[in-house]
Design a protein around this ligand. Sequence first.
Ligand SMILES: O=C(O)CCC(=O)C(=O)O
Ligand SMILES: [Fe+2]
Length: 203
Amino acid sequence: MQSPLFPLEKPTQIIQSNGDVIYYPSIFSEEESNELMLSLIHNIEWKQEPIWLFGKKIMQPRLTALYGDQDVNYGYSGITMRPNPWNETLIFIKSKIENLLKSEFTHVLMNFYRDGQDSMGWHRDNEKNLGLNPIIASVSFGTSREFQLRRYESKLEKKSVMLNHGSLLLMQGETQHYWEHQIPKRKKVNDPRINLTFRKILG
Ligand SMILES: O=C(O)CCC(=O)C(=O)O
Ligand SMILES: [Fe+2]
């Protein structure tokens, strides 16, 4: 019998140097993941929000939400988000990964990709208030989408991993200095996906 605190399948290392990216294929069972996905669809205040990109205000190609401890605000790409308070579903998921990783998180930034037309462009999670070498725990539910990583400076070396229903992708160490990541559009994907990135935001 496997302890429920431990992932059901072996974790794999995605990059070989200048950072640490570990993929846990299923930290939640299929059944648990289905329930969590439904709960997140219904119990999260999803919004489509604008960002500033090259001096222009544009709508993000996905829905987003920020939940977390109440005393800190969080912003990226020229916007500031005020966190909603934790709810039961989020506390359940947060406890699971905090136990697994022996690390604590203050916020979760969530993305709802309605179908393959929704995406997230190349970026690094390197906001100042995440600290020098942030630990980011990214949980996925719903249809699998390809997560791509590439060297920030040369743009040459690339890695890719399919993020499955109930999986966890951990990024830590120097990853955000040397690698950028994205979720590209996929014409053939018609189903939704929800991603939660748990972060530790320094006040
Ligand atoms: O949807 C994903 O897996 C990636 C999300 C992401 O990179 C972010 O929220 O910063
Ligand atoms: Fe990111």
